[in-house]
Design a protein around this ligand. Sequence first.
Ligand SMILES: *[C@@H]1O[C@H](CO)[C@@H](O)[C@H](O)[C@H]1NC(C)=O
Ligand SMILES: *[C@@H]1O[C@H](CO)[C@@H](O)[C@H](O)[C@H]1NC(C)=O
Ligand SMILES: *[C@@H]1O[C@H](CO)[C@@H](O)[C@H](O)[C@H]1NC(C)=O
Ligand SMILES: *[C@@H]1O[C@H](CO)[C@@H](O)[C@H](O)[C@H]1NC(C)=O
Length: 470
Amino acid sequence: MRIPCRATIGAVIVAVSAVASFDDECDRSGGNLLQSFAQARRAEKYAWQSGRGNFPNFAVAEANGPFNLSETLSWSWHHPKGRFHTLTWGTVLDHQLNVYLSAADGLRKFDVDGQLLWEHHTLPAILMNAPAIYQGSIFASDTLGGVRALSMSTGKLLWHSNLSMPIGEDNGFTMVHEGVVFTAAGWRDPSPMGPANHMVKALNASDGQILWTYEPDAPVWNFLPLFPDRDTFVFQDMTGRVYRLSLQGKLLWKAGGKPGTWTDGGAALGNGMVYAVNNNNPPKQLMFHSEHSPGTLSAYDLNGTLKWKITTPRPPNNAPAIGKVQGWSGLSVILPICKQVMQGATCEVQAYDANTGGLRWVFHGPKQTGPLQAGDFEGMVDRTTSGVRPACLPNGWSAPSISSDGTVFVGNENGPMFALRDADGDGRVVGNDEVSSFDAKAAFSGSASPAIGNNLLAVASCDTLFVFKG
Ligand SMILES: *[C@@H]1O[C@H](CO)[C@@H](O)[C@H](O)[C@H]1NC(C)=O
Ligand SMILES: *[C@@H]1O[C@H](CO)[C@@H](O)[C@H](O)[C@H]1NC(C)=O
Ligand SMILES: *[C@@H]1O[C@H](CO)[C@@H](O)[C@H](O)[C@H]1NC(C)=O
Ligand SMILES: *[C@@H]1O[C@H](CO)[C@@H](O)[C@H](O)[C@H]1NC(C)=O
């Protein structure tokens, strides 16, 4: 349907949503009006703009989430043919708390009450990463090396760019900043972990044109670029080496990392610093090592100077979140640690002082009960018949997110989604005032970072999207 601009313009004054329909559906004559609407759109503030939240306080929400997860599930969605007919990954929220979900078979938009508004199918190209929304468009990358932009309002394809190289089957984040889309690409041997993404690519968000390619010293894994300001970005490679580049792709500095190692983890920004993780043992050793195989959490200033580093008692296999948490002053680093896919192993969430690395609290998660992570074995046949990968095989924990009241939300490989707070500051997270949980009966991917907006929390397990409302 074609909407005359004038009518839409009237509606815009009362409903910001009409701005979104303007570009996609209205007659484009009248350039100055278009410009003023482009400006209005820039002012739109999405609640959770990327899989990892909003610039500049990534992984930290301005809103509260519902603490009591067992009481507040509002709606959920899984593939209509059954729970295991796709794999679900990252969630983002727009200004109206519409939920956008990336899944192995495509992208979907739901309104705040769970009504499916549109879906966009991508098979045989498989999506693995969390999407990002930016100025009316949603961006995603796929295993066949395609990067695409869709209209947020209609789900219509705006552009598709072929990188002519595969993008790997890890769970990263497609991110957009200042008109530039960032993706990992170039899935090939060798790396300490077999095939991996050797390149970082930047595309123009308005037309998909490839702007530049950067090849780090070691491949990236679960690529997660983050932006300390308008002009630069940081990320880490699979060995924990940190890079800061300009948005034009020029290296400013790189530091740290342990060559020959691999982590499922990523970097974090906050406290005027960049935090990175690495495993201390190479993958072969890690495989046979106990659940206590150590890793390292390093803190650098934004010029790349190492400020401190600590040894973690278990593999640091997801990105930390940096924020203010209940019961503790200043900022904390919330780091999930886990030797994943190990029957009987326990995973933990640890909190450290963001300035010093001093340990603040520890939460002991459940043991992995089955030989595989929750939901993985049960879904293999359905996933295979639906043309998606047979198993999720994710990190031991989702990426953690922190709400404005200092609650940590994080999903565990044995099924529970947790809300955690050390309310009394005693270093332990226990009891009904400090822990609530919801059993998703499935593990959570590394690109599942709970999206938080105004008393709403949207998170995907490996097979289902759950939305909680306070
Ligand atoms: C992308 O490019 C490659 C190599 O140039 C080609 O083989 C492939 O068919 C293209 N994919 C799409 C979806 O256009
Ligand atoms: C993207 O392309 C548009 C034209 O299509 C251009 O105006 C803009 O400067 C480009 N952005 C970047 C970051 O190169
Ligand atoms: C980085 O270096 C610049 C110039 O040397 C200095 O002014 C700035 O304070 C440094 N920033 C940090 C975070 O150390
Ligand atoms: C959640 O709410 C239920 C019912 O009100 C209550 O029994 C339970 O203790 C609450 N859990 C937490 C962690 O507050």
